[in-house]
Design a protein around this ligand. Structure first.
Ligand code: GTP
Ligand code: MG
Length: 446
């Protein structure tokens, strides 16, 4: 299997990384940190390893008498205390060189994250990515995990993508990112940070799957019986979506030819400049365990199981990739898709896009964490759907409205100007978002 490097940037990126790597370790039978501290053996492959395909995510070293498996992962935050938390959690599973922390956070300010403090560690981060890429036989893609509301995920994330688009120009780069939820802002300036952070998806050909915390909290409350979810709970859901949607290029699939990270992105982005993707997932909770494949398909395209807060069906669909895990057959997929295609309100994009729906099936059984919040059984059939739909404009417009409300009053503009940018930079940020809305908008009116 070709390799994927995963880079976690900022507080949200690193915390999602905690859940994602717990899941990957469990899936590949690699011992977790707690075990390391007690018996001082590092990242051993358990004899009961579920799969032999860990090499897409880990590289092997043999510093001690036993082999070690080191994640092809980097955790970076300008706030070193957050990285320290992840380091404590994973012990010496993670290479300490790949856990990079700065002196202070970016104070929810894109400009700090991108142009001032974020610059300080960027050469180190790039150098570590280069070293990891040299451990790979054939690097198939880079997954970045971050949020676009704070200063590091947005600002340092943008700087990183900018640099990677030069240093790793031929490697597909995908973002798995938490977009701001107006009802749940940590800070009101999230729309400003988000606008500028959209640049890599407009200029550099990066693709992005957007999650939002409002939808994730709703899933916890409505399906999982968790009325006061912790970040770890919602991050576990994101981790399952990421791990399932890339299963086919990590551990193989039903396709005759191996599926690569680039293939996944190409399937989902049939037209250049349409690279913003919407995630959904089934099943959540024991009630959804019982459902037929047809019912599951319908849920995957309904707001109840969508991991961002708008209705997929309120847009035109350009492409949709159904990634299954578990004992799923092509018949299951047929049943699922037949029901989806008959859903009321479903609307396809231009007729010259030949196949809106694609599917990958990874027969390898689903892995659940010991403290799994999904409320399903391990033998369950999982379905992670990623859709390219014009409904994304609902989210972009909502953020643009909040941007305008603040900018009209020049609210918080001085925070950014104080970091050295000109007022013009705000108009530039807004124009990025406006352009993306217009691009998707053209398809809506066709
Ligand atoms: N899903 C999820 N969202 C988070 C998490 N932590 C923070 N957020 C959200 O992400 C946004 C803030 O981004 P952070 O990642 O904390 O900020 P940062 O990138 O570390 O940037 P600075 O702290 O400004 O340096 C807010 O919208 C938070 O609600 C998390 O662990 N999971
Ligand atoms: Mg932070």
């Amino acid at each position: 299997m070709k390799e994927i490097i995963t880079i976690h940037v900022g507080g949200a990126g690193c915390q999602i990384g905690d859940q994602l790597w717990e899941l990957y370790c469990k899936e590949h039978g690699i011992q977790r940190a707690a075990d390391h501290h007690t018996n001082n053996t590092t990242s051993m492959m358990e004899s009961s390893a579920a799969f032999s395909s860990a090499e897409s995510l880990f590289y092997e070293t043999s510093h001690t008498e036993k082999q070690q498996y080191v994640p092809l992962a980097i955790f970076f935050d300008n706030d070193s205390s957050r990285v320290h938390e992840s380091r404590k959690r994973f012990g010496n599973l993670m290479s300490s060189d790949n856990m990079i922390g700065g002196k202070e956070d970016a104070a929810n300010n894109f400009v700090r994250g991108c142009y001032t403090i974020g610059k300080e560690n960027m050469d180190t981060v790039l150098e570590r990515i280069r070293i990891l890429s040299e451990k790979c036989d054939s690097l198939q893609g880079i997954n970045v995990v971050n949020s676009l509301g704070g200063g590091t995920g947005s600002g340092s994330g943008t700087l990183l993508l900018d640099r990677m688009s030069i240093d790793f120009a031929k490697v597909p780069i995908h973002l798995n990112t938490v977009a701001p939820s107006p009802k749940l802002y940590d800070t009101v300036v999230e729309p400003y940070n988000f606008c500028w952070a959209m640049e890599p998806m407009c200029e550099k050909g990066c693709t992005a799957t957007f999650y939002d915390n409002e939808a994730l909290y709703n899933v916890c409350g409505n399906h999982l019986g968790i009325n006061d979810p912790k970040l770890a709970d919602i991050n576990q859901i994101i981790a399952h979506h990421i791990s399932t949607s890339f299963s086919s290029c990590r551990i193989g699939s039903n396709c005759a030819m191996p599926v690569s990270f680039g293939d996944v992105n190409q399937t989902l982005v049939p037209i250049p400049n349409f690279e913003l993707l919407t995630p959904s997932f089934v099943p959540f909770g024991s009630a959804q365990n019982e459902l037929s494949m047809a019912e599951r398909g319908k849920l995957a395209f309904s707001p109840s199981n969508t991991l961002i807060s708008y209705n997929i069906l309120e847009g035109k669909m350009l492409s949709s990739l159904l990634s299954y895990r578990g004992n799923v057959t092509m018949g299951d997929n047929f049943e699922c898709l037949s029901a989806v295609k008959k859903m009321e309100g479903i609307s396809m994009g231009p007729s010259w896009i030949p196949n809106t729906f694609s599917c990958h099936i990874s027969k390898a059984p689903t892995t659940l964490l010991d403290d799994s919040v999904l409320g399903v059984v391990p033998s369950e059939k999982m379905l992670a759907v990623t859709t390219n739909t014009t409904a994304i404009t609902k989210k972009l417009n909502q953020i643009m409205v909040n941007f305008d409300k603040m900018y009209e009053k020049r609210a918080f503009v001085h925070w950014y100007v104080g970091e050295g940018i000109e007022d013009e930079y705000f108009r530039y940020g807004r124009s990025i978002l406006e352009e993306k809305v217009a691009t998707y908008g053209e398809l809506i009116s066709q």
